[in-house]
Design a protein around this ligand. Structure first.
Ligand code: M6R
Length: 603
């Protein structure tokens, strides 16, 4: 949560460059923002509540020439969204922007108050600022002050610091929060992610945990905790700035939904024909744990279903923030699969670290190349879905499902469970999936029509069986997070054990039935809701087009039939588009839903 950027340049446009970069980080938090800049005489600061456009508006009324700036976009943790709580914070000689959480801020604050410091905000960051200032007052060495402060701070942080007496240099460090260094001829950057700087450079370095960086407009120097210089590889980013633009789409979410046919096809081409899973031997492990959050956890449920049903390998899926309570189950014979689009989710990172401590082997299914999770797992399988900007994930989820499919097919091969004919059929399907997914997208009118039926309702239910019940969970989350409609997802057979009491005349129920063997049972459950007045939207495949759905369905969505190795993908794409159209009709901020942030880097 929160995005930070620092830029120091030989020119005088640091504010406009930092602001442009900050806009690309807005997905990380958007309840307030701020910037500190050196105008040649002093460090000045501007802050605004709400979206970055409010900050931009304030800055547009000023005539600024500045060679160094640090900026921040916030997702509030300590203290309400307000200008006072917005970053940067300034105490004594130190100005700071921070992404993360200082866990021991309360005790540090008491210590600092006893030493005479005063605080204006409710934030943990102002305490960190004062603490760095205090350390600086003791040693009078800027890098050493940062090292000393970090030793006394518990928690997660990416820091960009400017000292008043050296206002064109940025000092930076990180622990458990991401930060990259960017290099250009005009100046150098430190930003939460590469998207903030790609318009200016594709040359970057990753900073290791507890590494310290001194950044001037012409030189970047890395240090370890002993202040010995270290060297960091300069990498070239493969993603380009155009991928961070809407490119004509109304929303990033829509663009990312439309990208799915290609993204999924690329994954199947890459990992099915030429998969490199030779080092994952399922039979070497006593137990398989799959751990993730939110939609990535829903993708994990699809993975678990496929693993159990087809590779006959039992697996446990756990929400990352709950995994530590299953600590007793982790052994050196555990295979942990962590799944994360951003590769920075704090709960997932904590789970992987715990498992590694206990000797488990950890595989990551990750999108963001070079992210913390991708660097800390024993083996990383990238989804290569490209940047995902909309806060609600779409291609992030489907690409995780696609990778799981290839992983399970590989496990089946390892166990001799895939005969030649079956393999040829599945291969043919997966290597030709794109037109089927394009067909799902082409039915936009159907989704809009359904959205018109449901958008004014208060409550909604999703039901399905087997793999469809996991897809329901994702469909329900998508609708909730972007349209703010209350929605619940239930295994179709479970509804009658209590929740059916909530169904009343007109309650929309989105029901999914894609599996022939479960079809009749699901239809019976749909009829149970219909008998109680539900308005039924039925999602099924073209394999069932001989059935007369009118008996139990008010509206029907037909997606192409595939094997279960890819069936979740077209179904969820239809649900994503229903959620999208519904949120649009409800006038919601689709790409930046209230209270959320894309990258959840706090536990
Ligand atoms: O980046 P990650 O995949 O680790 O993120 C996990 C969840 O925070 C994420 O899927 C979240 O649930 C999204 N808002 C869903 O759209």
């Amino acid at each position: 949560m929160c995005g930070i950027i620092g830029y120091t340049t030989k020119r005088t446009d640091s504010v406009s460059v930092a602001l442009a970069g900050l806009k690309n980080l807005e997905y990380r938090g958007y309840d307030s923002s701020g910037i500190a800049f050196y105008d040649g005489k002093k460090l000045d600061m501007v802050k605004a509540k709400g979206k970055i456009s409010n900050l931009e508006e304030k800055l547009s009324q000023m005539d600024i020439a500045s060679s160094c700036a640090i900026a921040h976009t916030r997702w509030a943790t300590h203290g309400e969204p307000s200008e006072t709580n917005a970053h940067p914070h300034q105490v004594g000689k130190v100005t700071l922007v921070h992404n993360g959480i200082i866990e021991n801020y309360a005790s540090l604050k008491e210590e600092l108050i006893a030493k005479g410091y005063e605080f204006k905000s409710q934030t943990d960051t102002e305490v960190a600022t004062a603490y760095i200032d205090y350390c600086y007052s003791l040693c009078n060495n800027k890098l050493q002050a940062l090292v000393d402060a970090c030793k006394g701070i518990r928690g997660s942080y990416a820091f960009n610091v400017i000292y008043e007496d050296e206002p064109t240099t940025i000092y930076a460090t990180r622990k458990d929060s991401p930060l990259v260094i960017g290099y250009s001829h005009e100046g150098n950057f430190a930003a939460s992610d590469i998207s903030a700087i790609l318009s200016y450079t594709n040359k970057y370095s990753l900073i290791d945990e507890n590494e310290f960086v001194k950044i001037t407009s012409s030189i970047v120097t890395f240090y370890n905790e002993d202040l010995t210089e270290t060297s960091n590889e300069i990498k070239t980013a493969t993603w380009d700035a155009a991928q961070y633009q809407k490119n004509g789409y109304d929303h990033f979410m829509l663009k990312e939904i439309y990208e799915q046919p290609k993204v999924i096809q690329d994954i199947f081409n890459r990992y099915y024909s030429d998969c490199d899973y030779s080092d994952i031997h399922f039979e070497n492990f006593d137990n398989i744990h799959i751990v993730a959050c939110g939609s990535a956890m829903h993708a994990s449920l699809v993975g678990k279903y496929l693993l159990q049903t087809y590779a006959k390998i039992p697996a446990m899926v756990e929400i990352a923030s709950e995994y530590r309570y299953a600590e007793e189950l982790i052994t050196p014979k555990t295979l942990l699969i962590v799944v994360s689009q951003s590769g920075e989710t704090a709960d997932t990172l904590a789970a992987l670290r715990l498992a590694k401590e206990k000797g488990a082997y950890v595989v990551g299914i990750v999108n963001a190349v070079g992210s913390t999770i991708s660097r800390e797992v024993n083996k990383c399988i990238y989804t290569y879905a490209g940047p995902e900007i909309a806060v609600a994930t779409t291609k992030g989820y489907t690409s995780q499902v696609a990778v799981f499919s290839t992983l399970v097919l590989n496990a089946m091969k390892q166990k001799g469970l895939l005969d030649e004919t079956q393999e040829a059929e599945i291969k043919d399907e997966l290597l030709n999936i794109k037109p089927k997914l394009e067909q799902v997208i082409s039915q936009r009118d159907t989704y809009l029509d359904i959205a018109k039926d449901i958008y004014s309702h208060k409550d909604l239910f999703f039901i399905g069986r087997g793999i469809d019940s996991t897809v329901c969970m994702e469909g329900s989350l998508k609708l909730k997070e972007i349209s703010y409609m209350h929605s619940e997802s239930y295994s179709a057979g479970e509804l009658k054990h209590g929740t059916i009491s909530l169904i009343e005349e007109g309650t929309p129920v989105i029901s999914i039935a894609t599996n022939e063997n479960l079809f009749e049972k699901t239809v019976s459950n749909i009829k149970e809701t219909k008998a109680r007045g539900s308005y039924t939207i039925f999602v099924t495949t073209d394999a069932h087009d001989a059935v007369d759905f009118r008996e139990f369905a008010d509206k029907t969505v037909i997606v192409p039939k595939t094997s279960e190795f890819s069936q979740a993908i077209p179904v969820v794409m239809a649900l994503q588009l229903i959620a999208y159209e519904t949120a649009k009709l409800r006038g919601c901020d689709i790409d930046k839903p209230r209270n959320l942030a894309k990258s959840v880097t706090v536990e």
